[in-house]
Design a protein around this ligand. Structure first.
Ligand SMILES: NC(=O)C1=CN([C@@H]2O[C@H](COP(=O)(O)OP(=O)(O)OC[C@H]3O[C@@H](n4cnc5c(N)ncnc54)[C@H](OP(=O)(O)O)[C@@H]3O)[C@@H](O)[C@H]2O)[C@@H](O)CC1
Ligand SMILES: Nc1ncnc2c1ncn2[C@@H]1O[C@H](COP(=O)(O)OP(=O)(O)O)[C@@H](O)[C@H]1O
Ligand SMILES: [K+]
Length: 486
């Protein structure tokens, strides 16, 4: 199931009672012990050893550096050749003493580039949750020179302590430069910023190291998904089911300029397992769709979720869907015709360019590039203002609820960067959402958002086995069957 993630501030609040109780040292030892264990594992990958390996440890002035220094001591005691590179301020005193007495060698920071280049393993302990946004210039230069260097030892691995330096733990934003880690060992709870924006690119594989923090009274800031979550998120029909209990989708898509959008969207809803898919539109459009998707129904009747807008500029049919009272998935053309209030359980699915237009129409001065750089902020802004779930599409897709909770599926296959693949996502989402609506009778934003994450996971997986949008529905069907079989 999805895992909760927290802001840096929430993590610090969860730490506070333990620090007040004098547990700070014990917490750091636990954190460092688990960090060292991951470093040892990483060094042993492919039959390697810890003994004799070159480890460079970058430290800053806070507890993040303390964690790194205690882990450095562990590695040195096991025979690694550990170099300490302190970047700024005063290093953590007890951590430094432990590292030096274990045999680590401190060298001047001016020599950092050659040590960083030659290391088998670099531990990034410069800043963690205490980071301020603007990095010192020397540090920016050092990170850039090291990470761009062609002299880096082959197979070098970087392990970030808690958060890669240069990444904001809460937002995933990076100011001028960020350490690009292969692994991030993060303490106490996952941080939202490791799974979105620059943070998702910089964190590599994230390992959660528990240190006994209590989040029972904390509402998670985000939910993080992994591919295997599909097993729990995709429901298999039971013997009791019939087509109406499995959800009826209504589709209002396609136009003379984009006739294929209606076919893609309908095909995808069918492939994702909708009980029935009704299509609307003029005679020509309907016969074009039914000739490609024979199970689509052109007759009017009850619909549990509407999918509106793919390849369609908005029409009376769009308005009828919005005023039906049933949840609506508003995509593409429908985004320019949103009503004052969307029906409960509805969701909008813009890409960054569409969200820019939508936000500008509501008085925000924001550019597409800003939205791409800070998906969380702008998806949340739109969800709050529209009081609806927002699915902001991209290489990584962000889903925001009106209360600010975000859902973060992993990146889908880049094969999806092709015209029409968004139309497929709308169809998949409509099928999954209609299934939930049929089962529950109504949709809360939380249910809509989790279902949207499931649709993104299915779509992302389908992208692996299709090169173009009309190949996606078949791949969606395969992914659904695989998830149901487990
Ligand atoms: N608390 C706990 O219980 C546990 C915490 N743990 C670990 O502690 C980490 C948090 O430690 P932390 O609070 O000391 O913050 P950290 O990230 O090391 O940096 C703070 C220092 O850096 C400085 N500084 C920051 N940004 C800067 C910038 N841009 N440019 C220049 N300076 C900058 C900042 O300066 P100041 O703001 O004071 O001016 C301050 O001196 C956490 O990520 C985890 O690894 C674990 O051991 C488990 C137990
Ligand atoms: N580089 C990429 N990596 C992963 N997914 C991508 C990438 N580019 C686009 N996508 C996904 O493909 C879909 C494209 O949707 P959209 O932009 O609406 O296209 P269209 O309108 O042509 O159907 C979205 O689901 C988006 O998340
Ligand atoms: K760090």
């Amino acid at each position: 199931m999805p895992r909760p993630a927290y802001t840096g501030e929430q993590i610090r609040q969860a730490e506070a009672p333990l620090l007040e109780a004098g547990e700070g040292d014990r917490l750091m030892r636990r954190a460092a012990g688990q960090l060292a264990a991951v470093c040892r594992r990483v060094l042993r990958l492919g039959g390697g050893t810890v003994y004799g390996r070159r480890v460079a440890v970058l430290t800053g002035p806070g507890n993040n550096g303390g964690d790194a220094l205690f882990a450095a001591a562990d590695l040195a005691r096991r025979g690694a050749a550990v170099t300490l590179l302190h970047t700024l301020g005063t290093p953590h005193a007890a951590g430094l003493a432990a590292a030096l007495s274990a045999g680590c060698r401190r060298v001047d920071i001016a020599q950092a580039p050659s040590h960083l280049g030659a290391a088998d393993l670099v531990i990034d302990g410069v800043f963690g949750t205490g980071a301020k946004p603007q990095l010192p210039e020397d540090l920016v230069r050092l990170i850039r020179v090291w990470q761009a260097s062609s002299a880096r030892s082959e197979g070098q691995i970087t392990v970030a302590v808690d958060v890669p330096t240069g990444i904001d733990a809460s937002t995933g934003r990076s100011a001028q430069a960020a350490v690009q880690a292969d692994w991030t060992v993060t303490f106490g709870g996952l941080k939202t910023g490791l799974f979105t924006g620059a943070g998702a690119r910089a964190s590599g594989r994230v390992v959660l190291a528990p240190i006994g923090l209590d989040f029972s009274d904390t509402v998670p800031d985000a939910w993080v998904y992994k591919r295997s979550d599909l097993r729990e998120l995709v429901k298999a029909p039971t013997g009791e089911d019939h087509k109406y209990t499995r959800g009826v989708v209504g589709i209002c898509a396609g136009s003379a300029d984009y006739p294929g959008a209606a076919v893609l969207c309908t095909n995808a809803a069918v492939a994702a397992g909708a009980g029935m898919v009704r299509i609307t539109g003029d005679e020509r459009l309907r016969s074009a769709v039914t000739s490609h998707v024979p199970e689509a129904v052109a007759a009017d009747g009850r619909v549990q979720v509407w999918a509106v807008g793919p390849g369609s500029p908005g029409s009376d049919r769009t308005e009828a869907a919005f005023s039906s009272g049933e949840p609506v998935i508003a995509d593409a053309g429908a985004l320019d015709h949103l009503p004052e209030r969307l029906p409960a359980g509805s969701i909008i699915t813009p890409h960054a360019g569409e969200l820019e237009r939508l936000l500008k129409a509501r008085g925000h001065s924001v550019q597409r590039s800003q939205i791409e750089q800070d998906q969380l902020r702008w998806a949340r802004t739109a969800a709050r203002e529209l009081d609806a779930v927002v699915l902001l599409k991209g290489h990584r897709t962000v889903i925001a609820e009106p209360d600010g909770t975000v859902h973060l599926p992993p990146a889908g296959s880049a094969n999806l960067a092709t015209a029409g693949s968004g139309d497929v996502l709308t169809g998949v989402l409509a099928a999954l959402l209609a299934e939930r609506a049929a089962a529950k009778g109504h949709l809360e934003p939380g249910v809509t958002a989790v279902t949207a994450a499931a649709a993104v996971l299915l779509h992302g997986r389908a992208g692996k086995s299709a090169t173009h949008a009309s190949g996606l529905p078949r791949a969606v069907e395969q992914a659904v069957l695989k998830a149901r079989a487990r």
